[in-house]
Design a binder for this molecule. Structure first.
Ligand code: NAP
Length: 240
């Protein structure tokens, strides 16, 4: 039986590229998504086209009960080798104008979602005594981004959570690492002013989802693995 990789937010953007890359490395996939079934079906077809199986799991990661209903039994029956905690949203606004809903929705999806999903996998992964957890944070979580106080807080929170978890479960042969992408071309960044952003990036191009996927793939598949509890920037030099 092939190993399973579970990618939250695997239906679009960075998560999709990660899912496809892991399928090429021989993993079967579980793809989590919230509502865009058309996009999810597309990635399923891509993965099956690579000769791997793909299961779609539709649930809202910010909702504990929904997450439990989707995962609790499933992860007991077959425990993924890899969890990529990738799903996330932005609701940008300056702090002075930020609504309570903009704050809450970002924190509950990006940060509470991490608890909801990862907690569900903890016992099975600890029992299996193996695994990789990759958390997708952001440059915003490392250095802060104006207009993203909510998002930066959630992504910095993920870094703290992953570092603490790495200390808890490293002994059980479960690796925990964080990737922190800069500006990557996806639906999430489609509305941003490219020319202005390029001035900030020494490599002089925006990132592609595949740039993130290759690092995640390395972290999940490299045999000689001694990287643990680290935050790896994938940002073209945006934050040095
Ligand atoms: P995207 O294209 O907007 O895709 C987001 C994915 O997350 C979709 O699959 C979406 O499902 C899923 N999702 C959103 N809310 C969810 C929820 N409540 N429950 C379950 N699934 C949910 O985003 P992206 O640009 O690929 O970003 C992926 C991750 O990378 C995010 O955590 C983001 O913060 C991080 N990141 C992105 C960039 C960038 O420049 N793009 C930079 C740094 C970090 P549906 O398709 O059903 O909506």
């Amino acid at each position: 039986m092939n190993k399973i990789a579970f990618v939250t937010g695997g239906s679009r953007g960075i998560g999709r590229a990660i899912a496809v890359r892991l399928a090429k490395s021989g993993f079967d996939l579980w793809i989590g998504y919230k509502s865009n079934t058309v996009a999810a079906e597309e990635v399923k077809a891509m993965i099956e086209g690579l000769g791997r199986s793909c299961e779609l799991l539709r649930f809202d990661i910010s909702n504990y009960e929904e997450t439990e209903a989707a995962l609790a039994k499933k992860v007991e029956e077959r425990t993924p080798h890899v969890l990529v905690y990738n799903a996330g949203i932005t609701r940008d606004n300056l702090m002075v104008w930020m609504t309570r809903d903009e704050w809450d929705s970002v924190i509950s999806t990006n940060l509470d979602g991490f608890y909801n999903v990862t907690r569900m996998l903890m016992f099975p992964m600890l029992k299996a005594k193996r695994g990789h957890i990759i958390v997708v944070s952001s440059t915003s979580g490392q250095i802060g981004q104006a207009g993203q106080v909510n998002y930066s807080a959630s992504k910095a929170g993920l870094i703290g959570a992953a570092r603490a978890l790495a200390r808890e479960i490293g002994k059980k042969n479960i690796f925990v690492n964080v990737v922190a992408p800069g500006f990557i071309e996806t639906d999430m960044t489609a509305g941003l002013p490219k020319e202005q952003i390029l001035n900030l990036i020494p490599i002089n191009r925006l990132g592609k989802p595949e740039d993130v996927a290759s690092v995640v793939n390395f972290l999940c598949t490299e045999e000689h693995m001694y990287i643990h509890g680290q935050v790896i920037g994938i940002n073209g030099g945006l934050a040095i």
